[in-house]
Design a protein. Structure first.
Length: 212
């Protein structure tokens, strides 16, 4: 199964990607990880990407897609893969198709914007690596880490204003992909639930036809 996982920031793609990976025994591929790996390995495309990153510029689509295609052709992906975080736009999706990359299904995890803002802006993290949520996993003492006693903080990416801006970008650039893949008959939509396990159950049900 060659799968694309879609969803707004904070929809729970990473968690579900890991669970699909375990169940179907195929790698979950986060685009950022592949880019960093290629840059570290010093491949031709990796060095090209590094030059843009070091200049503070966005890595062009053709470089990103080239790195992804290289990775998809490795033995790790011979039985399938899950693309998480790519493509982010119709031109990227078209380029992936033009390169001959076959996609069997596109799974979109649907979560309302207000719920995502609540989820993400409620996150609190500690410099020791511990993470909390003011509603779902609160620390015993407000804004203090249970493990080391240090003050908790909100990551810049999780600030409500930042989350709202990221959602606007998602709706403008990435959401049109749903129609692109729906027209190809490969779009599957799942409503994100309060409990992670409930979302996972719906995800597995949507992917039933790919089970061996």
């Amino acid at each position: 199964m060659n799968l694309i996982l879609m969803g707004a920031p904070g929809a729970g793609k990473g968690t579900q990607s890991a669970r699909i990976s375990e169940k179907f025994n195929i790698p979950a591929i986060a685009t950022g990880d592949i880019l960093r790996g290629a840059m570290k390995a010093g491949t031709e495309l990796g060095l090209s990407a590094k030059s843009y990153v070091e200049a503070g510029k966005l890595v062009p689509d053709e470089v990103v897609i080239g790195i992804i295609k290289e990775y998809l052709s490795t033995d790790a992906c011979k039985n399938g893969f899950i693309l998480d975080g790519f493509p982010r736009s119709i031109p990227q999706a078209q380029a992936l198709e033009d390169m001959g990359v076959r996609i069997d299904a596109v799974l979109s995890i649907e979560v309302a914007d207000e719920k995502i803002v609540e989820r993400m802006s409620g996150r609190r993290v500690c410099s020791c690596g511990a993470s909390y949520h003011i509603l779902y996993i609160p620390p015993k003492t407000a804004d203090v880490c249970d493990k080391c006693g240090a003050a908790l903080y909100t990551r810049a990416d999780d600030a409500a204003e930042t989350v709202i801006n990221r959602l606007k970008t998602f709706h403008a650039q990435t959401e049109p992909l749903k129609e692109f893949y729906a027209e190809k008959g490969i779009l599957l939509c799942v409503e994100g639930q309060e409990e992670v396990a409930d979302t996972t159950a719906l995800v597995f049900k949507a992917l039933e036809k790919f089970e061996a």
